[in-house]
Design a protein around this ligand. Structure first.
Ligand SMILES: O=P(O)(O)OC[C@H]1O[C@@H](O)[C@H](O)[C@@H](O)[C@@H]1O
Length: 318
């Protein structure tokens, strides 16, 4: 067990020097938070290493979280950034992951908090350039027996959550600690908060191929900007690394992928939202859009000792 972080005050006093503003970290055995001196914050639940909140300096929330989300470790969190591993959806025909529940076990396992750190960007001028980093770990030993039986591999996951003034970066490193190869898929199921889905356009997917999960898994090509006018569940394979969310003609987010070749765009719309017990308020689909960077259209095959890393950076524009 790694030691719990202490709780420093927001100011650190160095003899002879003016106190420098610091990142404030806190944890209570179920979640960990970091608050920058400028007010931006992030909170991560140990259950699933799920980011449940990301705010700007004014306290405005950037992620959507259902008011009926289970935050007590009894069910995957409906909102925030659940982590999908080692299977996206279900893969009944895939020998190694075929019996796993939807989206795997990472989002329903309790992760270990490995530590926190603060860094200043090169050429930075102090408080305005701080990055807070939180690291979490999960290995086979941290799984419940049922999951261990369904996916009997020795593995190690390190998930890092980095907060700075403009953006949130989440990165996952998967290491195969087994003496056999294994296949896996990875996805960061980000629920972005929007004001009104009917005014939203997603750019950066034009001319990308996608699998339309609400139309018999047909493969299609995106003609223009993506707009959401009904249930949407698509697995894109874009050429570029960034997608941009525009609301009412104004850029509000960009989501950049590193070593993640897919983007899932998901909105449940009315009927699907109505059918999910943990989706509240029922018209909350108007205030969310899942932009989910992942590696899910094929498999990452990791030989013993191999590692795979993928990351997303979400930048907001106010
Ligand atoms: O209800 P869950 O398991 O959290 O999944 C939500 C959605 O997650 C998306 O990533 C999938 O593409 C959808 O098919 C799915 O409905």
């Amino acid at each position: 067990m790694v030691g719990r972080p202490n709780r420093p005050s927001a100011l650190s006093a160095t003899p002879g020097l003016a106190p420098q503003p610091q990142v404030t970290f806190s944890d209570d055995n179920s979640r960990v938070s970091a608050v920058l001196p400028t007010g931006e914050s992030v909170t991560v639940l140990l259950y699933g290493a799920t980011v449940t909140s990301w705010t700007d300096a004014t306290g405005a929330e950037k992620l959507w979280l259902s008011s009926a989300a289970h935050l007590d470790g009894t069910k995957a969190v409906r909102g925030g950034i659940p982590l999908v591993f080692p299977v996206f959806g279900t893969a009944p025909d895939h020998a190694q992951t075929g019996k796993l529940p939807q989206h795997g076990f990472a989002r329903t396992s309790r992760w270990e908090f490995l530590g926190k750190s603060t860094s200043e960007s090169a050429g930075g001028s102090g408080a305005a350039d701080l990055t807070a980093k939180l690291d979490f770990g999960l290995s086979a030993a941290g799984l419940d027996e049922a999951a261990r039986k369904l996916w009997p591999f020795a593995f190690n996951l390190i998930y890092s959550v980095n907060l700075n003034r403009e953006s949130l970066t989440t990165s996952l490193v998967v290491t195969n600690d087994d003496d056999k190869a294994f296949d896996c898929q990875v996805l960061m199921h980000t629920y972005l908060r929007v004001k009104d889905i009917s005014n939203v356009e997603v750019l950066g997917l034009e001319s990308a191929e996608y699998v339309d999960k609400v139309d018999g898994a047909k493969t299609k090509t995106q003609a223009a900007a993506v707009t959401i006018t009904g249930e949407t569940d698509r697995v894109y394979t874009p050429a570029g690394e960034a997608v941009t969310v525009v609301e009412g003609g104004k850029k509000t987010y960009s989501v950049t992928r590193d070593n993640l070749s897919n983007v899932v765009v998901w909105n449940p719309w009315t009927d699907k939202a109505a059918g999910m017990g943990d989706f509240e308020p029922k018209d909350g689909y108007k205030n969310m859009l899942c932009i989910e960077p992942g590696s899910v259209s094929g498999w990452q095959s990791l030989e013993p000792g191999d590692a795979y890393e993928g990351a997303q950076t979400i930048t907001y524009y106010s």
